[in-house]
Write a protein that binds this ligand. Sequence first.
Ligand code: IMP
Length: 228
Amino acid sequence: MNLVGPEAAGIHTTAPEAATPAPVSPGHGSEQGHQGLPGAPSPAPTASPHPDLAEILVTEEALRSKITELAAAIDADYAGQEVLLVGVLKGAVMVMADLARALTVSTTLEFMAVSSYGSSTSSSGVVRILKDLDRSIEGRHVLVVEDIIDSGLTLSWLTRNLRSRHPASVEVVALLRKPEALRVDLDVRYVGFDIPSAFVVGYGLDFAERYRTLPYVGTLTPEVIAAG
Ligand code: IMP
């Protein structure tokens, strides 16, 4: 099994299993008991402009308009309040940078880095903090900014950990979510796109630390995964 990038960086991930995406699943965010945005189905895959990518699942334009949409919902929900955005390194860097600039509510930024105990292919749900927040979140409205939710175990642990620090609130915005996440008890208020269970890269997501800077999200070719 290939060791994928985030493990090398000390951050849990799931190893790629298939480069061919399954049919796109419908959004489920509205079933989470919150008023936030449901995850939209990702647009139909398009041909890749990058030789290592099999398909583009979410284009640059779709990402841009989704960030605008998420920011509008967050602005409305937090009107008149200050939001503490907590980005989970390194994958959330792109969505954090774009979302933070699209928001009009008052925000401050913090970052955490976490590592999941377990095999290289699956999260155990037991998490070690590699980089903690720089200051107390007591009484603050915390919004965790995540790139992608796979099993959801890491985020489930993280939100429990943050809630134990007595914030005013803890919510989650995740740009991408895989169907597996629906099986864990995880309340995600804002979801960008529900995508198939394929391993994806781009817009912060990596394979062996590569492809994070691609402006779109796509699947790798089987050859690249095999060589990984
Ligand atoms: P979970 O605990 O299984 O939800 O793990 C979520 C983390 O795994 C994300 O923050 C990513 O770092 C990583 N991850 C999950 N799926 C992918 C993927 O398709 N590409 C790259 N990283 C992924």
